[in-house]
Design a protein around this ligand. Structure first.
Ligand SMILES: [Zn+2]
Length: 161
């Protein structure tokens, strides 16, 4: 409900604020609305044809491929930080000329947030639950770490034995 209130508020106050405030509060409101309505954020698949593994502790080729996908996403998260600074250095002079330097937050924040969410909302390639989520059904709370919170699959077993 807080999300809806946020959206309503942003629309009601839009004439007094600028477009930046409108888009920003729409994003925040939409995020809270997703939390309330769906009980969390949607998870991102790591393997295409996921199926439960035969043995609970086994590590199959499918798991290794999924872990490689996750590692690629993690590289994207790290690469996004210097990338964002580089793009900011290029774009800020242009935006200063147009008189809207605050737009840089939107132009960089949205893609960086998407890259981060794609990694932290990855499904575990072995158990199919959220790799970083603390609960099996909700993706509302995330924890950091290099092992799956549900089946203990490590990010570092992607190598062939
Ligand atoms: Zn798992």
């Amino acid at each position: 409900m807080f999300g809806l209130a946020c959206i309503m508020g942003s629309i009601a106050y839009a004439p007094r604020h600028d477009i930046f405030m409108l888009v920003g509060s729409l994003l925040v409101g939409g995020g809270w609305f997703a939390f309330g309505k769906y009980g969390g954020l949607p998870l991102v698949d790591t393997v295409v044809d996921w199926h439960p593994s035969a043995a609970p502790g086994a590590i199959e080729d499918m798991h290794r491929q999924g872990l490689l996908v996750m590692r690629r996403r993690r590289w994207m998260v790290w690469a996004a930080i210097p990338g964002a600074f580089g793009v900011a250095a290029l774009l800020i002079p242009l935006l200063m000329q147009s008189g809207h330097p605050e737009l840089i937050v939107l132009l960089l924040g949205v893609p960086v947030a998407l890259i981060n969410f794609r990694y932290y909302l990855s499904r575990c390639p072995r158990c199919g639950l959220g790799f970083f989520t603390t609960s099996a059904s909700r993706a509302a709370l995330l924890r950091r770490g290099n092992t799956c919170g549900h089946c203990g699959l490590s990010l570092y077993v992607y190598k062939n034995p």
